[in-house]
Design a binder for this molecule. Structure first.
Ligand SMILES: Nc1ncnc2c1ncn2[C@@H]1O[C@H](COP(=O)(O)OP(=O)(O)OP(=O)(O)O)[C@@H](O)[C@H]1O
Length: 374
Protein backbone atom coordinates (compact mmCIF):
# COMPACT_ATOMS: atom_id res chain seq x y z
CA UNK A 1 0.00 0.00 0.00
CA UNK A 2 2.66 2.46 1.14
CA UNK A 3 6.11 2.00 -0.29
CA UNK A 4 9.30 3.70 0.76
CA UNK A 5 12.08 2.68 -1.57
CA UNK A 6 15.72 3.39 -0.79
CA UNK A 7 15.34 6.93 0.49
CA UNK A 8 18.44 8.86 1.51
CA UNK A 9 18.53 12.14 3.36
CA UNK A 10 21.36 14.36 4.53
CA UNK A 11 21.28 17.71 6.33
CA UNK A 12 23.79 20.55 6.06
CA UNK A 13 25.96 21.18 9.11
CA UNK A 14 27.13 24.57 10.41
CA UNK A 15 30.67 23.82 9.16
CA UNK A 16 29.41 23.40 5.61
CA UNK A 17 29.58 19.60 5.54
CA UNK A 18 26.52 17.33 5.36
CA UNK A 19 25.48 14.49 7.68
CA UNK A 20 23.58 11.56 6.35
CA UNK A 21 20.58 10.82 8.57
CA UNK A 22 18.79 8.26 6.35
CA UNK A 23 20.65 5.58 4.44
CA UNK A 24 18.83 3.36 1.94
CA UNK A 25 15.62 3.29 4.00
CA UNK A 26 13.08 0.92 2.41
CA UNK A 27 9.82 -0.37 3.80
CA UNK A 28 6.41 -1.55 2.65
CA UNK A 29 3.31 -1.06 4.77
CA UNK A 30 0.26 -3.15 3.94
CA UNK A 31 -3.33 -1.91 3.73
CA UNK A 32 -4.79 -1.54 7.25
CA UNK A 33 -1.51 -2.42 8.90
CA UNK A 34 -0.20 -0.84 12.12
CA UNK A 35 3.48 -0.42 11.34
CA UNK A 36 5.98 1.04 13.79
CA UNK A 37 9.37 2.69 13.39
CA UNK A 38 11.28 1.99 16.58
CA UNK A 39 14.77 3.10 17.51
CA UNK A 40 16.88 5.25 19.80
CA UNK A 41 16.75 9.03 19.77
CA UNK A 42 18.25 10.54 16.62
CA UNK A 43 18.15 7.35 14.52
CA UNK A 44 16.00 8.93 11.81
CA UNK A 45 12.43 7.88 12.65
CA UNK A 46 10.89 11.34 12.48
CA UNK A 47 12.79 12.22 9.31
CA UNK A 48 11.38 9.07 7.69
CA UNK A 49 7.86 9.95 8.81
CA UNK A 50 8.16 13.57 7.70
CA UNK A 51 9.39 12.38 4.31
CA UNK A 52 6.26 10.22 3.94
CA UNK A 53 4.11 13.20 4.97
CA UNK A 54 5.79 15.50 2.43
CA UNK A 55 7.23 17.80 5.12
CA UNK A 56 10.76 16.75 4.23
CA UNK A 57 12.21 16.05 0.79
CA UNK A 58 14.62 13.11 0.63
CA UNK A 59 17.75 13.50 -1.54
CA UNK A 60 17.03 10.31 -3.48
CA UNK A 61 14.60 7.40 -3.56
CA UNK A 62 10.88 6.88 -4.04
CA UNK A 63 7.78 7.11 -1.84
CA UNK A 64 4.42 5.97 -3.15
CA UNK A 65 0.92 5.13 -1.93
CA UNK A 66 -1.25 2.59 -3.76
CA UNK A 67 0.86 2.79 -6.89
CA UNK A 68 0.99 6.62 -7.07
CA UNK A 69 4.35 8.30 -6.59
CA UNK A 70 4.45 11.04 -3.93
CA UNK A 71 8.16 11.42 -4.36
CA UNK A 72 10.46 10.04 -7.00
CA UNK A 73 13.92 11.53 -7.35
CA UNK A 74 14.52 9.90 -10.72
CA UNK A 75 11.28 11.15 -12.26
CA UNK A 76 11.46 14.48 -10.41
CA UNK A 77 8.09 13.95 -8.69
CA UNK A 78 7.17 15.70 -5.44
CA UNK A 79 3.52 15.82 -4.35
CA UNK A 80 3.05 18.52 -1.68
CA UNK A 81 1.90 17.49 1.80
CA UNK A 82 -1.65 18.88 1.46
CA UNK A 83 -2.28 16.80 -1.66
CA UNK A 84 -1.18 13.49 -0.13
CA UNK A 85 -4.28 12.88 2.03
CA UNK A 86 -2.18 11.79 4.96
CA UNK A 87 -3.36 12.35 8.54
CA UNK A 88 -0.85 13.25 11.21
CA UNK A 89 -0.74 13.37 15.00
CA UNK A 90 2.43 14.57 16.68
CA UNK A 91 3.81 14.44 20.19
CA UNK A 92 2.67 18.01 20.80
CA UNK A 93 -0.82 17.38 19.51
CA UNK A 94 -1.60 21.10 19.94
CA UNK A 95 -5.33 21.47 19.88
CA UNK A 96 -6.38 24.99 18.99
CA UNK A 97 -7.15 26.61 22.35
CA UNK A 98 -9.52 29.32 21.12
CA UNK A 99 -11.87 26.80 19.50
CA UNK A 100 -14.29 24.28 20.95
CA UNK A 101 -14.03 20.57 20.22
CA UNK A 102 -16.34 20.70 17.19
CA UNK A 103 -14.46 23.58 15.56
CA UNK A 104 -11.10 21.97 16.16
CA UNK A 105 -12.22 18.91 14.19
CA UNK A 106 -14.12 20.93 11.57
CA UNK A 107 -11.20 23.23 10.79
CA UNK A 108 -9.35 20.98 8.30
CA UNK A 109 -12.65 20.42 6.46
CA UNK A 110 -13.47 24.13 6.31
CA UNK A 111 -10.24 24.94 4.52
CA UNK A 112 -10.73 22.14 1.99
CA UNK A 113 -11.27 23.07 -1.66
CA UNK A 114 -13.76 22.57 -3.25
CA UNK A 115 -15.80 23.74 -0.26
CA UNK A 116 -17.95 21.24 1.62
CA UNK A 117 -21.55 22.02 2.57
CA UNK A 118 -21.89 22.87 6.28
CA UNK A 119 -24.32 19.97 6.79
CA UNK A 120 -21.70 17.60 5.41
CA UNK A 121 -19.01 19.08 7.67
CA UNK A 122 -21.28 18.61 10.70
CA UNK A 123 -21.89 14.95 9.76
CA UNK A 124 -18.21 14.19 9.26
CA UNK A 125 -17.22 15.90 12.54
CA UNK A 126 -19.90 13.99 14.39
CA UNK A 127 -18.66 10.68 12.96
CA UNK A 128 -15.02 11.44 13.83
CA UNK A 129 -15.95 12.44 17.39
CA UNK A 130 -18.00 9.27 17.82
CA UNK A 131 -15.03 7.20 16.65
CA UNK A 132 -12.84 8.65 19.39
CA UNK A 133 -15.66 8.66 21.98
CA UNK A 134 -15.82 12.43 22.34
CA UNK A 135 -19.26 13.08 20.88
CA UNK A 136 -20.65 14.32 24.21
CA UNK A 137 -17.91 16.97 24.44
CA UNK A 138 -18.65 18.52 21.06
CA UNK A 139 -19.28 22.02 22.40
CA UNK A 140 -16.71 22.10 25.17
CA UNK A 141 -13.73 24.47 24.86
CA UNK A 142 -10.76 22.34 23.76
CA UNK A 143 -8.65 23.54 26.68
CA UNK A 144 -11.15 22.08 29.14
CA UNK A 145 -10.37 18.53 28.07
CA UNK A 146 -8.01 16.22 29.95
CA UNK A 147 -4.67 15.23 28.37
CA UNK A 148 -6.08 11.92 27.13
CA UNK A 149 -9.16 13.64 25.69
CA UNK A 150 -7.02 16.24 23.91
CA UNK A 151 -5.06 13.36 22.45
CA UNK A 152 -8.27 11.79 21.15
CA UNK A 153 -9.32 15.17 19.77
CA UNK A 154 -6.07 15.34 17.82
CA UNK A 155 -6.88 11.86 16.46
CA UNK A 156 -10.38 12.96 15.44
CA UNK A 157 -8.89 15.96 13.64
CA UNK A 158 -6.58 13.63 11.70
CA UNK A 159 -9.31 11.06 10.97
CA UNK A 160 -11.96 13.55 9.81
CA UNK A 161 -10.06 14.02 6.54
CA UNK A 162 -10.49 10.28 5.87
CA UNK A 163 -6.78 9.99 5.20
CA UNK A 164 -5.28 7.14 3.21
CA UNK A 165 -2.51 6.82 5.75
CA UNK A 166 -2.24 7.95 9.37
CA UNK A 167 1.16 9.02 10.74
CA UNK A 168 1.64 9.14 14.51
CA UNK A 169 4.84 10.55 15.99
CA UNK A 170 5.17 9.67 19.68
CA UNK A 171 1.55 10.72 20.27
CA UNK A 172 1.47 9.31 23.81
CA UNK A 173 4.71 10.68 25.17
CA UNK A 174 3.16 13.75 26.80
CA UNK A 175 0.77 11.66 28.88
CA UNK A 176 1.44 10.30 32.36
CA UNK A 177 2.25 6.60 32.73
CA UNK A 178 -1.24 5.37 33.61
CA UNK A 179 -3.02 7.37 30.93
CA UNK A 180 -0.40 6.28 28.43
CA UNK A 181 -1.33 2.65 28.99
CA UNK A 182 -5.05 3.30 28.66
CA UNK A 183 -4.51 5.39 25.54
CA UNK A 184 -2.31 2.68 24.07
CA UNK A 185 -5.21 0.21 24.14
CA UNK A 186 -7.58 2.92 22.94
CA UNK A 187 -5.32 3.86 20.04
CA UNK A 188 -5.10 0.29 18.83
CA UNK A 189 -8.87 -0.14 19.05
CA UNK A 190 -9.42 3.10 17.13
CA UNK A 191 -6.96 2.12 14.43
CA UNK A 192 -8.49 -1.34 14.07
CA UNK A 193 -12.03 0.01 13.88
CA UNK A 194 -11.11 2.67 11.35
CA UNK A 195 -9.07 0.03 9.44
CA UNK A 196 -6.59 2.73 8.59
CA UNK A 197 -3.02 2.10 7.46
CA UNK A 198 -0.84 3.58 10.20
CA UNK A 199 2.82 4.36 10.72
CA UNK A 200 3.73 4.95 14.32
CA UNK A 201 7.01 6.37 15.59
CA UNK A 202 8.32 5.64 19.06
CA UNK A 203 11.49 4.94 21.02
CA UNK A 204 9.44 2.98 23.59
CA UNK A 205 9.82 -0.70 22.87
CA UNK A 206 6.94 -1.81 25.11
CA UNK A 207 4.59 0.51 23.23
CA UNK A 208 5.95 -0.74 19.91
CA UNK A 209 5.53 -4.43 20.78
CA UNK A 210 2.03 -3.88 22.17
CA UNK A 211 0.65 -1.88 19.25
CA UNK A 212 2.25 -3.10 16.07
CA UNK A 213 1.40 -5.68 13.45
CA UNK A 214 5.00 -5.29 12.29
CA UNK A 215 7.84 -3.04 13.24
CA UNK A 216 11.06 -1.76 11.77
CA UNK A 217 13.96 -1.24 14.14
CA UNK A 218 16.19 1.66 13.09
CA UNK A 219 19.72 2.47 14.15
CA UNK A 220 21.88 5.31 12.87
CA UNK A 221 19.75 6.09 9.85
CA UNK A 222 19.28 2.49 8.73
CA UNK A 223 16.56 -0.10 9.12
CA UNK A 224 18.21 -3.05 10.81
CA UNK A 225 15.28 -5.49 11.06
CA UNK A 226 11.60 -5.62 10.08
CA UNK A 227 9.42 -8.29 11.67
CA UNK A 228 6.31 -8.90 13.71
CA UNK A 229 6.70 -8.29 17.47
CA UNK A 230 7.09 -11.97 18.43
CA UNK A 231 9.70 -12.67 15.77
CA UNK A 232 11.67 -9.54 16.70
CA UNK A 233 11.63 -10.49 20.34
CA UNK A 234 12.46 -14.16 19.91
CA UNK A 235 14.65 -13.99 16.80
CA UNK A 236 16.63 -10.74 16.82
CA UNK A 237 19.15 -10.76 13.98
CA UNK A 238 21.72 -8.54 15.65
CA UNK A 239 22.97 -7.81 19.13
CA UNK A 240 21.64 -4.26 18.70
CA UNK A 241 18.06 -5.53 18.28
CA UNK A 242 18.51 -8.14 21.05
CA UNK A 243 19.68 -5.40 23.41
CA UNK A 244 17.14 -2.78 22.34
CA UNK A 245 14.02 -4.96 22.48
CA UNK A 246 13.40 -6.33 25.94
CA UNK A 247 16.23 -7.38 28.21
CA UNK A 248 19.02 -9.66 27.02
CA UNK A 249 22.26 -10.91 28.47
CA UNK A 250 24.90 -10.36 25.80
CA UNK A 251 28.12 -12.36 26.14
CA UNK A 252 31.10 -11.96 23.83
CA UNK A 253 32.10 -15.38 22.49
CA UNK A 254 34.04 -17.02 19.66
CA UNK A 255 32.59 -19.56 17.19
CA UNK A 256 34.30 -22.95 17.58
CA UNK A 257 33.37 -24.30 14.15
CA UNK A 258 31.62 -23.42 10.88
CA UNK A 259 27.89 -23.98 11.38
CA UNK A 260 24.94 -23.67 9.00
CA UNK A 261 22.53 -20.82 9.87
CA UNK A 262 19.78 -21.81 12.27
CA UNK A 263 21.69 -24.91 13.42
CA UNK A 264 23.03 -25.37 16.91
CA UNK A 265 26.78 -24.70 17.04
CA UNK A 266 29.50 -24.38 19.65
CA UNK A 267 30.92 -21.10 20.96
CA UNK A 268 33.59 -20.47 23.55
CA UNK A 269 33.02 -18.11 26.46
CA UNK A 270 35.75 -17.73 29.11
CA UNK A 271 37.08 -21.29 28.69
CA UNK A 272 33.57 -22.76 28.63
CA UNK A 273 32.06 -24.34 25.56
CA UNK A 274 28.39 -23.45 25.15
CA UNK A 275 25.87 -24.35 22.44
CA UNK A 276 23.70 -21.78 20.67
CA UNK A 277 21.58 -21.23 17.56
CA UNK A 278 24.00 -19.88 14.97
CA UNK A 279 23.39 -17.02 12.52
CA UNK A 280 24.28 -16.76 8.85
CA UNK A 281 27.97 -16.84 8.00
CA UNK A 282 29.28 -18.13 11.29
CA UNK A 283 32.83 -19.20 10.61
CA UNK A 284 35.19 -20.81 13.06
CA UNK A 285 37.04 -18.16 15.06
CA UNK A 286 34.47 -15.41 14.34
CA UNK A 287 33.44 -13.18 17.23
CA UNK A 288 29.81 -13.76 18.19
CA UNK A 289 27.55 -12.23 20.78
CA UNK A 290 25.57 -14.85 22.67
CA UNK A 291 22.17 -13.44 23.58
CA UNK A 292 19.95 -15.05 26.20
CA UNK A 293 16.84 -13.56 27.81
CA UNK A 294 16.56 -13.49 31.63
CA UNK A 295 13.28 -15.45 31.50
CA UNK A 296 14.98 -18.29 29.61
CA UNK A 297 17.50 -18.95 32.36
CA UNK A 298 16.45 -20.99 35.38
CA UNK A 299 18.41 -20.38 38.53
CA UNK A 300 18.90 -22.87 41.37
CA UNK A 301 20.80 -22.61 44.60
CA UNK A 302 23.73 -25.02 44.74
CA UNK A 303 23.52 -27.24 47.80
CA UNK A 304 25.81 -30.22 48.13
CA UNK A 305 26.88 -31.62 44.77
CA UNK A 306 28.08 -28.93 42.35
CA UNK A 307 26.84 -29.37 38.75
CA UNK A 308 29.35 -29.42 35.89
CA UNK A 309 29.60 -26.12 33.96
CA UNK A 310 29.21 -26.12 30.16
CA UNK A 311 27.00 -28.28 27.97
CA UNK A 312 24.57 -30.61 29.67
CA UNK A 313 21.88 -32.45 27.67
CA UNK A 314 19.77 -29.77 25.94
CA UNK A 315 21.08 -26.90 28.09
CA UNK A 316 24.07 -24.75 28.92
CA UNK A 317 25.00 -24.55 32.58
CA UNK A 318 26.98 -21.82 34.30
CA UNK A 319 27.81 -21.30 37.95
CA UNK A 320 27.85 -17.97 39.75
CA UNK A 321 27.11 -16.00 42.88
CA UNK A 322 24.06 -13.85 43.53
CA UNK A 323 25.08 -10.19 43.42
CA UNK A 324 21.59 -8.74 43.81
CA UNK A 325 18.11 -10.15 44.21
CA UNK A 326 14.89 -8.16 44.10
CA UNK A 327 11.41 -9.51 44.73
CA UNK A 328 9.05 -7.91 42.18
CA UNK A 329 5.80 -9.69 43.03
CA UNK A 330 5.40 -11.90 39.96
CA UNK A 331 9.12 -12.74 39.73
CA UNK A 332 12.46 -12.31 41.40
CA UNK A 333 14.95 -10.24 39.41
CA UNK A 334 18.38 -11.69 40.13
CA UNK A 335 21.84 -10.49 39.12
CA UNK A 336 24.38 -13.28 39.11
CA UNK A 337 28.13 -12.74 38.97
CA UNK A 338 29.65 -15.39 36.68
CA UNK A 339 33.02 -15.43 34.92
CA UNK A 340 33.59 -11.75 35.65
CA UNK A 341 30.25 -10.67 34.15
CA UNK A 342 26.83 -10.07 35.58
CA UNK A 343 23.93 -12.03 34.16
CA UNK A 344 20.32 -11.08 34.70
CA UNK A 345 17.94 -13.92 35.52
CA UNK A 346 14.22 -13.92 36.34
CA UNK A 347 13.62 -16.45 39.10
CA UNK A 348 10.41 -17.78 40.54
CA UNK A 349 8.91 -15.40 43.13
CA UNK A 350 8.70 -18.25 45.66
CA UNK A 351 12.42 -18.92 45.52
CA UNK A 352 14.30 -16.81 48.05
CA UNK A 353 17.88 -16.10 46.97
CA UNK A 354 20.26 -13.99 49.02
CA UNK A 355 23.29 -11.98 48.00
CA UNK A 356 26.34 -14.27 47.96
CA UNK A 357 24.39 -17.53 47.38
CA UNK A 358 26.14 -19.96 45.04
CA UNK A 359 23.78 -20.74 42.15
CA UNK A 360 23.68 -22.66 38.89
CA UNK A 361 22.05 -21.15 35.82
CA UNK A 362 20.58 -23.31 33.11
CA UNK A 363 19.42 -22.15 29.67
CA UNK A 364 18.18 -24.40 26.83
CA UNK A 365 20.46 -24.32 23.77
CA UNK A 366 17.66 -23.15 21.51
CA UNK A 367 17.07 -20.11 23.75
CA UNK A 368 20.71 -19.06 23.33
CA UNK A 369 21.22 -17.09 20.12
CA UNK A 370 24.64 -16.43 18.67
CA UNK A 371 24.53 -13.12 16.79
CA UNK A 372 27.12 -11.39 14.64
CA UNK A 373 29.31 -9.05 16.70
CA UNK A 374 28.79 -5.41 15.67
N1 LIG B 1 16.46 20.08 9.90
C1 LIG B 1 17.53 19.41 10.35
N2 LIG B 1 18.78 19.90 10.20
C2 LIG B 1 19.87 19.23 10.62
N3 LIG B 1 19.83 18.04 11.23
C3 LIG B 1 18.61 17.49 11.41
C4 LIG B 1 17.40 18.14 10.99
N4 LIG B 1 16.36 17.33 11.32
C5 LIG B 1 16.88 16.24 11.92
N5 LIG B 1 18.23 16.33 11.98
C6 LIG B 1 19.15 15.31 12.54
O1 LIG B 1 18.84 14.08 11.93
C7 LIG B 1 18.98 13.00 12.85
C8 LIG B 1 17.71 12.20 12.86
O2 LIG B 1 16.69 12.96 13.45
P1 LIG B 1 15.21 12.41 13.66
O3 LIG B 1 14.40 13.51 14.28
O4 LIG B 1 14.72 11.82 12.41
O5 LIG B 1 15.48 11.26 14.72
P2 LIG B 1 14.45 10.45 15.62
O6 LIG B 1 14.84 9.02 15.51
O7 LIG B 1 13.04 10.79 15.26
O8 LIG B 1 14.81 11.00 17.06
P3 LIG B 1 13.87 11.35 18.33
O9 LIG B 1 13.34 10.04 18.85
O10 LIG B 1 14.84 12.00 19.27
O11 LIG B 1 12.81 12.29 17.83
C9 LIG B 1 19.35 13.62 14.17
O12 LIG B 1 20.73 13.51 14.36
C10 LIG B 1 18.92 15.06 14.02
O13 LIG B 1 19.74 15.89 14.80
Amino acid sequence: MLEVDQIEKSFPQPDGSRTTVLEQVSLTVKEGEFFTLLGPSGCGKTTTLRSVAGLETPDTGRIGVAGTDFFNSRRNVFVPARARRIGMVFQSYAVWPHMDVHDNVAFPLKVMRPKLRSEEIRKKVRRALETVHLAEYEHRPATRLSGGQQQRLAMARALVMEPRVLLLDEPLSNLDALLRETMRLELRRLQREAGITTIYVTHDQVEALALSDRLAVMNRGKIVQVDDPRELYHRPQSSFVAGFIGVSNLLTTTAKSDTAPGEIGAVEWRDQTLLAVMPRGSRQGAQMVLSVRPENISVTQVNGSVPQEGISGQSNILLGNVAESQFLGNLTDVLVQAGGEELRVYGSPERVLSVGDRVSMEAPHDACLALPAE
